[in-house]
Design a protein around this ligand. Structure first.
Ligand SMILES: NC(=O)c1ccc[n+]([C@@H]2O[C@H](COP(=O)([O-])OP(=O)(O)OC[C@H]3O[C@@H](n4cnc5c(N)ncnc54)[C@H](O)[C@@H]3O)[C@@H](O)[C@H]2O)c1
Length: 322
């Protein structure tokens, strides 16, 4: 049985990746500090509770910035693979708190790379983001496009991670794949993201806020598809690669409102709000490279994924968890 160290494994994407890894008979070592910085850690506790029934799931409440403690986990668990997802992950907050974004996202990644080198990890997957593209108008966004005009220190930190990772590949021949995730949504959704906020408000009869005229679009990608691509990348060492994982079918905010209405059978109350400067206009992934190198493509249409999100919201709201 192979061991995968998943950082951020209690979070949104990490808990779904961990669930899928366990179903594929991997041993999962989750490292997460359960920070309350973006949302209520009770959600993370609930995510790990669902995983903890499996004896192949091992949890460390450890901060990736603590090199000593993280080193103890590597020494004890000796992982073959690392899936590095822990990060501070909110674009707008990063504009207000750049220092801590750089400390956690770049400093933490440096710790992961150093320890992976020391312990001879066979392959590392690092979560990057579509944010690295900034407001590029070259659609769909391709991995060869310039990525030096991020709009927020968050996107900058993700691009810095990719560049730092390349130096480890170059100097130490390490296998590292950086995945640029595009707008994940689905069960265990992060509460600070639009699909969660809107789903919750629509179920409650509240008013949702649409930025600008609603024409902004996002390549919303179902989290199960993201997890599938992440595991494919982990199972296939490629030297060094940067690969987009997106749905390749952007939907405008206006269209997303309609999807929610159809799925819930409820009419959304909508009000307009000004657009945020750190938010990009469009995300739209070119996924040619993911298809070619990972044999991956998304299989979940937005209507089906939003249905899963709504089901999860309904189930958990009944238990007062979210
Ligand atoms: N959700 C998206 O649409 C999206 C898009 C692009 C990239 N990403 C990236 O994917 C990764 C996972 O994002 P997510 O949406 O699941 O966010 P999340 O906040 O739900 O998950 C991140 C997890 O990392 C943990 N963490 C944060 N700082 C830590 C630290 N110092 N030490 C240990 N653990 C720490 C948090 O407690 C959390 O459980 C992040 O790297 C994020 O930047 C996400």
């Amino acid at each position: 049985m192979k061991t995968v160290l998943v950082t951020g494994g209690a979070g949104f994407i990490g808990s779904v990746v961990s669930r899928e890894l366990l179903s594929k008979d991997y041993r999962v070592v989750c490292v997460d500090n359960f920070t309350d910085d973006l949302y209520d850690p009770a959600l993370k506790e609930d995510n790990v509770k669902r995983l903890s029934g499996n004896t192949n799931f091992i949890l460390y409440r450890t901060d990736i910035c603590n090199f000593g403690e993280l080193g103890d986990v590597f020494k004890k668990e000796n992982p073959q693979f690392v899936v590095h997802l822990a990060a501070r992950a909110n674009t707008r907050k990063a504009v207000e708190e750049p220092r801590s974004y750089i400390d956690v996202n770049i400093g933490g990644t440096l710790n992961i790379l150093e320890l992976s080198k020391e312990h001879g990890v066979a392959n590392i997957v690092i979560a990057s983001s579509s944010s690295v593209y900034g407001n590029s108008t070259n659609m769909p966004l391709n991995e060869n496009d310039p990525a030096d005009r991020a709009l927020s220190p968050y996107g900058m930190s993700k691009r810095a991670d990719e560049i730092l990772a390349f130096t480890y590949h170059h100097n130490f021949k390490m296998n590292i794949t950086c995945l640029r995730y595009f707008n994940a949504y689905g069960e265990n959704n992060r509460p600070d993201l639009v699909p969660y906020i809107w789903g919750n408000l629509i179920l409650d009869g509240g008013e949702i806020e649409v930025s600008g005229d609603g024409s902004r679009s996002r390549d919303y990608t179902y989290v199960g598809d993201i997890a599938d691509g992440t595991i494919k990348a982990m199972e296939k060492p490629l030297g060094f690669e940067v690969i987009n994982l997106g749905n390749h079918r952007p939907v405008s905010l206006k269209e997303l409102v309609t999807v929610f209405e159809v799925v819930t059978g409820l009419q959304a109350k909508v009000k307009s709000r000004p657009s945020n400067k750190a938010s990009v206009e469009t995300t739209y992934a070119d996924i040619t490279k993911a298809k070619k190198l990972l044999d991956w493509e998304p299989t979940t249409p937005i209507e089906e994924g939003i249905e899963k999100l709504i089901t999860w919201l309904r189930d958990n709201r009944l238990k007062n968890i979210v």
